[in-house]
Design a protein around this ligand. Sequence first.
Ligand SMILES: C[S@@+](CC[C@H](N)C(=O)[O-])C[C@H]1O[C@@H](n2cnc3c(N)ncnc32)[C@H](O)[C@@H]1O
Length: 261
Amino acid sequence: MPKKTAASLNANRSSLVHKMRYALRNPGKVAPYVRRSARDLKLRLTHRDHVDYYRAVMASDAARDPKAAVGSQNEERWLALGQMQFDYLIEHGLRPEHRMLDIGCGNLRAGWRLIDYLDTGGYYGIDISPDILIAAKGVLAERGLQDKLPHLTITRDLTFSFLPEGHFDVVHAHSVFSHSPIEVIDECLAHVGRILAPDGFFDFTYDRTEGTEHHVLREDFYYRTDTLLDLATKHGLSARFMEDWEERPHGQSKIRVTVKG
Ligand SMILES: C[S@@+](CC[C@H](N)C(=O)[O-])C[C@H]1O[C@@H](n2cnc3c(N)ncnc32)[C@H](O)[C@@H]1O
């Protein structure tokens, strides 16, 4: 994955001009994009609510390949992306005794390493997709991590109403807000402060644009950093852009949210 360039940060991927230029540069990607657009249109027409729609997208993608469904085209990339998330968390405060909530845990790309690292019962993964959670249980078994007794739970919203107050030292959402409309992010930021421990933090990634905010097929959403920082502030949280995440070879950016400054 290339580092972010001014051109990529200013691109509006939903515009016709961008799509035509991209198609000319990548003719081999046109047919798969057309197929995906047709499938997504059908799913949008049959699932009007975003979570229902995205759950159906995940069901379709996971049926083909769970690793590709979370965005990694092969085993090597899947392992590397999980390692990148894990290393960053370790370098930025995660400790074995911490209690961690992984929002949109997928098939445990980072989760299996986190489960292995954390004390027994310390990992709590939630996801909207039953299909990817079934794949997650497969990864858990393959990695021999049954004794770590992680929680893997389906959710349909991000109100966290079933979780205890002040419980989690670390909350994490990697490549989740990049697939979320602003109402979903707003809901998460409105409620995450309640479940964070006083010194806890919430790290999330997002697809950053420095141009116009937009989405592609209601699958990929691009936000300006200030929009997300302001949203966190509106909910009484402190938020900062994680500058050193930009050094990683990853297309998204990262923000850290805390309850106090
Ligand atoms: C690109 S995958 C990333 C999975 C995992 N975080 C990782 O890095 O491997 C996005 C995941 O977020 C889940 N997801 C999307 N929207 C969600 C939401 N509103 N609440 C919880 N999970 C969500 C999807 O089902 C999917 O498993």
